[in-house]
Design a protein around this ligand. Structure first.
Ligand code: PXL
Length: 281
């Protein structure tokens, strides 16, 4: 039997709302991956669309967890980070990569901080420069178009851009350092949404295009990035992993709509079976 893969997932715990660690953990675990976690904060809900949420910052705890892990001489096949609460937490994750990233460790950074042209509630636009520092150290980054615009100091355009605009954006993101980019939420027109994956070494770019579904679905960035990481850890190449992650995310949105329930995040759970089957193919 192959050695089991181990991933360090560094995100917040939003207790309700299905994002960050409450998505990363089940998705990676279902994909057969041991998942160690460094929680960055505990919030009663995520900050998108809820009010009066509680929030406890865990910045002070993070170095203690990392110090203990160092003493255990752990090795990780991937380090997967997402929502970080402050510049200090970016510094901690950068240092974590310096300490734990070996030749065989993949670093996946989802610069979770913005969507639909706006930074999330607890950030100002200055935070994009901090996140950019972390992206510079990553092997793969998974920004949406808003996050990419903030990191590249580009004006956000919601839709209708051409292939050249997006290609240029992807090349500039790759110039920051990461060899592979997966840009999400790309609206080439009003009817479709694409994920654009680029592999600099292979000099290849590929778009996974699906029908656009209207509405705001929180946590889909985390569902996507977690599924992508899981697929890569299961030996899929970047383009197949992107396709698997897109279909898992789209399926989760469709189930959420079809069940008509008041949704606190998308129904990814009932797609896990099919997701695992797609990893086995
Ligand atoms: O899904 C991104 C995310 C993660 N964590 C928290 C958030 C958000 C998006 O709003 O608020 C706390």
């Amino acid at each position: 039997m192959d050695k089991q893969k181990r991933v360090a997932a560094i995100h917040d715990i939003s207790c309700l709302g299905k994002c960050s660690l409450t998505v990363a953990l089940p998705v990676l675990s279902a994909a057969g991956i041991e998942t160690a976690v460094i929680p960055t904060a505990v919030l009663s809900t995520h900050t998108g669309g809820f009010e009066n949420y509680s929030s406890m910052d865990l910045t002070a705890e993070m170095p203690k967890i990392i110090k203990h892990w160092k003493s255990l001489e752990l090795q990780f096949d991937a380090v997967y980070s997402g929502y970080l609460g402050s510049k200090e937490q970016v510094d901690i994750v950068c240092e974590f990569l310096d300490n734990f990233k070996s030749e065989n460790t993949l670093s996946v950074v989802d610069p979770a901080m913005a969507d639909n042209g706006k930074m999330y509630a607890l950030f100002d636009s200055g935070f994009a420069a901090e996140m950019k520092r972390l992206c510079q150290k990553a092997d793969i980054i998974v920004p949406n178009v808003t996050e990419a615009c903030f990191m590249l100091d580009k004006e956000y355009i919601p839709s209708g851009y051409d292939q050249g605009f997006i290609e240029n954006m992807v090349y500039r993101l790759s110039d920051l350092g990461p060899e592979r980019i997966v840009l999400t939420g790309v609206h080439f027109d009003d009817k479709t949404v694409s994920a654009v994956a680029y592999d600099r070494k292979a000099q290849k770019m590929c778009s996974v295009v699906r029908d656009r579904i209207d509405g705001m679905f929180h946590g889909t960035g985390d569902v996507f990035a977690s599924a992508l990481t899981a697929a890569l850890m299961n030996g899929k190449d970047l383009f197949r992993a992107t396709e698997i992650a897109v279909d898992f995310t789209v399926g989760s949105i469709k189930r959420t709509i079809a069940s008509g329930a008041e949704h606190y995040g998308v129904d990814f759970e009932r797609g896990l079976g099919e997701f695992i089957k797609s990893l086995e193919k």
